[in-house]
Ligand binder design. Structure first.
Ligand code: ADP
Ligand code: ASP
Ligand code: MG
Length: 814
């Protein structure tokens, strides 16, 4: 005998029921008898519950609900069964519907709804679906027997979640099936009856259990659970889009996964079949040829240590703490007794080895009741200050890694908590079963989706890592960066296994989001047609989205954006800044950012702050990390000034050459910051700080070559004044040319002191041959003594800066 169970979505409407019929016809070809268990039509159990609840509250609209329920069944019959055979089935539906309505009317009048009445109402879902299905089979010539499960499955009177009396039930089932002479027998799932003959139910999702109870009693050859997915998956497919089908899984693993929230199978289902070693197969009604999942003992090893990841939402942690608990036996007994007296289910337990506290995870709905009964149970100890009043924390969830093989593989929990930590998921409590088949962690409910996804990536997707970028700034550098990202997306996926998504973009006018990743071929259009920019909302959205492996990228020159970084770092969101303001503001702010990054396992990267795309900061850090000591830095750090002095010969005015630099995109958005040396000061400040120097902008001496009047007023005034002072600039170059030297704006750092200013560079010097917008940095260190370590190349320009930002992003993603 084989048992086939079809869930609510498999029998949701006539079309789906026809798919079930085909599966039954196929099964009939094996010359085994089949027991077919059905759930209610999808959504009907909930609808019945809603109707009777409305009635109990005196809300007359229950009648409408009932009307809809009745019509759904009537329509299904009309679509499924030929007209000439419909009448008896339609009158069955009407009769059952009248019974439902009679009960609901009673509830409405009394304004009272007992658990017993609830069970009696919701049992109609399965009664109706199975009777319609039996009639359908009959109408196409498949002889079958319909059997009311309430005559087979006997339970206690715990309505809503009854416990099966297996001795009586097994006997009933064996006796009954020994008399059945049809090949197909149809039984409603989910329902039973107590010894007084009242209808009971086996808990939501309980039709799976009915299949297991019957399958175990008759020693079925197989139990097939037909549903709307092609098997048990490595994680809930609604949370993890890359979840994969598990082809083989042991009973224990399946049990753990379902206990920890994998809804595809109702947890108690496994127990009866495991004892008898009956294989269970989970199959997809809508893709019947998919292999599905096999649950059985002799499973094949597939190289995965972890079989699946699951989660239970809406958990509360209750903690009993106090010095009076230490070493005294019986405390936990009293705690659990108090819970069990109220039938509060314990989901997870941890106790610190000091025995100072015991921490229990329970359903959030039970938390208030738990607090009441436990505080009462320990009233004396609380009063005498041996124990603190119970601490209740809500808004939590459990995530669990499950796998038989974990016990042979050390390091799994390290990996698990490492990846959670890197993503800013705070772990409140941890439990590992002694079987080592499961490691569970309690985390905030808001973190569940992110946590499950990063764990899934870590343990199942050696293939890809998804990185979610939020980019502020779409100017010269920002737009180049977006173009580079678009161009490299496929390459990153193929070669670095990185799935880089831009989940948000903002500029000073607009902001746009898409959790699936914005289409970078039309980001401009998307941004333009989106909501207006609001910095607080932009930040809030990034934090709330809580996407895994998030990176915030600042390609603005905006001081307010630079103030946002701490909020991101504190949530373990890495920050990549092209904007120099944060790293060159107060030392305290810079230091705080570095500390936050360390504390929250994020990266704060700003390579492009110095030398655009040139690897200056990275090289400096490599030197320091490897134990070298930097004694002196000499650098030409302004692409703009270099461009200006390389191109200024007196033919074109100085002001015109500066304008050209701005037009070419080498200058800061405000070119005065380049010309007055501030930008170079910021850069040498950042380099000095990276060597460990506690330095402020005021500590840097700047011998400015600009006339004071140029720096007053706005940018236009700046250009006008430069024109007026052309003679001043001409003199500067002429003096240098006469000496056979070139003018370079040089930054130096030595013995804790930094300075910037124009220098006359002679032809032997490394700086002499710097062309165009080049930068050069010379590091004199303990290891590079005679010849400095030289880094040289284009130090300005949107394309190279964007590629430097890109490189930081890849670093942050890795
Ligand atoms: P049925 O009505 O057939 O009993 P359920 O809705 O009870 O179906 O269970 C199937 C659903 O379980 C799937 O549609 C899927 O969304 C959900 N689910 C949750 N976790 C898992 C998992 N680990 N593997 C497969 N499905 C899962
Ligand atoms: N119809 C019941 C429910 O929705 C039982 C089941 O579908 O398994 O919970
Ligand atoms: Mg189910």
């Amino acid at each position: 005998m084989q048992v086939l169970k079809f869930g609510g979505s498999s029998v949701a409407n006539a079309k789906n029921i026809n798919s079930v019929v085909s599966i039954i016809q196929q099964a009939k070809k094996d010359d085994d008898k089949s027991v077919v268990i059905l759930s209610a039509l999808g959504g009907i159990t909930d609808a019945l519950l809603e109707a009777v609840t409305l009635a109990s509250k005196g809300n007359i609209s229950y009648k409408e609900k009932l009307h809809l329920i009745e019509h759904r069944h009537l329509n299904t019959v009309k679509e499924l069964i030929p007209l000439d055979q419909q009448s008896s089935v339609l009158s069955m539906v009407k009769k059952r519907s009248n019974e439902i309505e009679d009960t609901c009317n009673g509830v409405f009048l009394l304004r009272e709804l007992s658990l017993r009445t609830k069970d009696s109402i919701i049992s109609y879902g399965e009664l109706l679906s199975t009777q319609i299905f039996a009639a359908k089979l009959k109408s196409i010539g498949i002889i079958n027997t319909w059997k009311d499960a309430r005559e087979l499955i006997v339970t206690n009177s715990e309505y809503g979640n009854a416990t099966v009396d297996f001795a009586t039930t097994n006997k009933n089932i064996i006796d009954f099936f020994s008399t059945v002479d049809t090949e197909i027998c149809i039984v409603p799932g989910f329902i039973g009856s107590d010894k007084n003959g009242n209808t009971t139910t086996l808990g939501r999702g309980g039709s799976d259990y009915t299949a297991a109870i019957i399958g175990a009693a008759v020693s079925a050859s197989v139990i097939e659970i037909w549903t709307d997915v092609s098997g048990m998956m490595t994680a809930d497919p609604r949370l993890v889009s890359n979840a994969k089908i598990i082809q083989h899984i042991s009973y224990q693993e399946a049990m753990e996964l379902s206990h920890f929230g994998a809804k595809v199978i109702y947890p108690p289902t496994i127990q009866p079949v495991m004892n008898k070693g009956i294989p269970v197969c989970i199959k997809n009604t809508f893709a019947p040829s998919d292999p599905g999942t096999w649950i059985r003992n002799d499973i094949k090893v597939d190289g995965n240590t972890i079989r699946g990841i699951s989660s239970i939402n809406n958990l509360a942690l209750i903690s009993l703490e106090g010095s009076g608990m230490v070493g005294i036996p019986g405390f936990s007994k009293r705690l659990f007794e108090a819970l069990s007296n109220e039938k509060i289910n314990v989901i997870l337990i941890t106790q610190s080895s000091s025995e100072h506290s015991i921490c229990v995870g329970i359903g959030e709905a039970n938390a208030d009741m738990a607090k009441e009964v436990i505080d009462e149970a320990f009233a004396y100890e609380i009063e005498t200050k041996k124990v603190e009043p119970l601490v209740v924390e809500k808004g939590l969830a459990i995530i669990a890694l499950v796998g038989d093989n974990m016990k042979n593989h050390p390091g799994i929990s390290g990996k698990m908590f490492g990846v959670l930590g890197r993503n800013g998921v705070n772990v409140r409590a941890i439990a590992q079963g002694s079987s080592e088949r499961n490691i569970s962690a309690v985390i905030a409910l808001a973190d569940v989706q992110k946590a499950i996804n990063v764990l899934h990536e870590e343990f199942f997707e050696t293939t890809y890592k998804q990185v979610n970028l939020f980019i502020s700034g779409t100017g010269n550098v920002g737009s180049k960066l977006l173009a580079q990202l678009q161009q490299q997306q496929q390459h990153l996926q193929d070669h670095l296994r990185l799935q880089v998504r831009v989940a948000g973009i903002s500029n000073s006018r607009n902001m746009v989001f898409n959790d699936e990743g914005l289409d970078l071929s039309k980001w401009n259009e998307l941004l333009k047609n989106s909501e207006p920019m609001n910095m607080q909302e932009f930040t809030g959205a990034i934090l709330k989205k809580n996407l895994r492996n998030s990176v915030f990228i600042d390609v603005t020159a905006n001081a307010d954006i630079a103030k946002l970084y701490p909020q991101f770092l504190q949530k373990s969101i890495s920050v990549v800044a092209c904007n120099k303001i944060a790293s060159s503001s107060s030392f305290e702010y810079y230091k705080n950012l570095k500390d936050l990054a360390r504390e929250f396992n994020a990266l704060y990267l700003f390579e492009t702050n110095v030398g655009a795309g040139l690897p200056v900061i990275g090289t400096l850090n490599d030197l320091l990390r490897s134990g070298d000591k930097v004694n002196r830095i000499e650098a030409v750090l302004s692409g703009t000034l270099n461009f200006v002095f390389n191109n200024y010969t007196g033919e074109k005015s100085f002001a015109k050459v500066v304008r050209l630099a701005q037009k070419e995109g080498y200058t800061e958005p405000d070119p005065r910051l380049d010309l007055n040396g501030s930008d170079v000061m910021r850069k040498i400040l950042i380099l000095a700080r990276e060597t460990g120097e506690k330095m402020e902008m005021e500590d840097i001496s700047n011998k400015s070559f600009m006339t004071e009047s140029c720096m007053k007023g706005d940018v236009e005034n700046f250009y006008n004044e430069m024109e007026k002072h052309e003679a001043h600039f001409l003199k500067l170059v002429q003096v240098a040319i006469q000496e056979g030297k070139k003018l370079k704006f040089v930054a130096s750092f030595k013995e804790g002191k930094a300075s910037v200013g124009l220098q006359h560079i002679d032809p032997q010097h490394d700086f002499y041959h710097l062309y165009g917008k080049d930068n050069a940095v010379l590091f004199y260190t303990d290891r590079y003594t005679e010849q400095p370590l030289v880094i040289k190349g284009a130090g300005a320009g949107a394309e190279v800066t964007a590629s430097g930002v890109f490189a930081d992003i890849i670093r942050a993603a890795g």
